[in-house]
Design a protein around this ligand. Sequence first.
Ligand SMILES: NC(=O)C1=CN([C@@H]2O[C@H](COP(=O)(O)OP(=O)(O)OC[C@H]3O[C@@H](n4cnc5c(N)ncnc54)[C@H](OP(=O)(O)O)[C@@H]3O)[C@@H](O)[C@H]2O)C=CC1
Ligand SMILES: CC(C)(CO)C(=O)C(=O)O
Length: 347
Amino acid sequence: MTTPEPILIWGAGAIGGTIGAYWARAGIPVLLVDIVPEHVEACRTTGLAISGPIEEFRQVVPSVTPAELTGTYSRIVLAVKAGATAEALVALKPHLAAEGFVLSAQNGLNELAIAAHVGKARTIGCFVNFGADWHGPGDILYGNRGAVVVGELDGALTQRAREMHQLMRVFDADSILTDNIWGYLWGKLAYGAMLFGTALTDDAMSTNFADPARRPVWLALGREVGAVTAARGVIPLGFGEFDPKVFAPGQPEGPQIAAIAWLADYTSKTAKTHSGIWRDLAVRKRKTEVDPQIGIIAKLGREAGVATPTVETLVALIHDIEDGKRPLSLATLKVLIDQCRSVSTTA
Ligand SMILES: NC(=O)C1=CN([C@@H]2O[C@H](COP(=O)(O)OP(=O)(O)OC[C@H]3O[C@@H](n4cnc5c(N)ncnc54)[C@H](OP(=O)(O)O)[C@@H]3O)[C@@H](O)[C@H]2O)C=CC1
Ligand SMILES: CC(C)(CO)C(=O)C(=O)O
């Protein structure tokens, strides 16, 4: 009897580690690949502990560092931060079978970079919106359930997409198979841009979304991403009651304010009170995914002739915090609030 080929999860942190622990617990062969040797050692020996309000368990998961990996694999789930995607792709390509694929379980438009590197036919899209934090070697907080959506880049409902969807259903029974993965990815960018805004302060995501004084920023970011999304001909899709279509050009303000109010409520119900961006800035003290995730919106906007002044200032402010030039504080967010206010009064 031959041993079934494991699914490689490349990047076994908050997202990759959580999915991997669930798959391994369900008896699905999985192999974690991560550059943090202490994490790899913990996962394969004492086990990966999943904690938080959803479920608590510890699961031993086969794990290696990239240097220890041998062989080729048909299914690779990429779950590194967007800034590490290029480097991870170089390392994983020799291990990707000719007929295999890479599925991006990441925020942003990493699918573009993956397709450019391994080929569009070997790339599958995925939208992940559950909340998790890597707290240390073998230690992950699973803070809240959230959308998991799988789809081919061209929308085809292929056998391999169906299979990955079924596997994701083992992790979360509500996972979705879609023919519009770009819609979900662009919808998340609208929310994602707002999350970067919340990460300018030390306040929880929900505190930020609930404060009427900060609302002009969320509205401006939603509208700018909505305008670029529309210019690219994408119909954005959301999660829960967050419908990014309300931010499309020409849409009224009422439903936009309601969408922000829903986000305030939604983000108040997680054990992960702050975004991964805030965690990178405040806890990990490292660069965020701002350029590949948010900077790309401004770049694609410029290409389409759509102005994105709020997005551009946000990117600059995040860089300032990364470089130690500004603090994480309300004063930093206030730069953006003032810019949005002055635009709305001069408009
Ligand atoms: N966490 C969350 O709640 C959510 C995250 N996302 C998205 O999911 C993606 C993954 O994020 P998340 O899981 O939080 O990130 P984490 O930092 O928790 O996990 C990524 C892991 O990959 C490792 N890594 C970095 N470079 C490589 C490489 N070249 N090869 C192998 N491993 C590598 C990291 O090590 P090191 O730390 O040393 O870099 C880390 O252990 C991001 O795009 C994020 O925006 C989406 C929705 C929710
Ligand atoms: C907030 C969250 C978990 C999405 O709900 C996220 O995407 C992040 O932390 O970057």
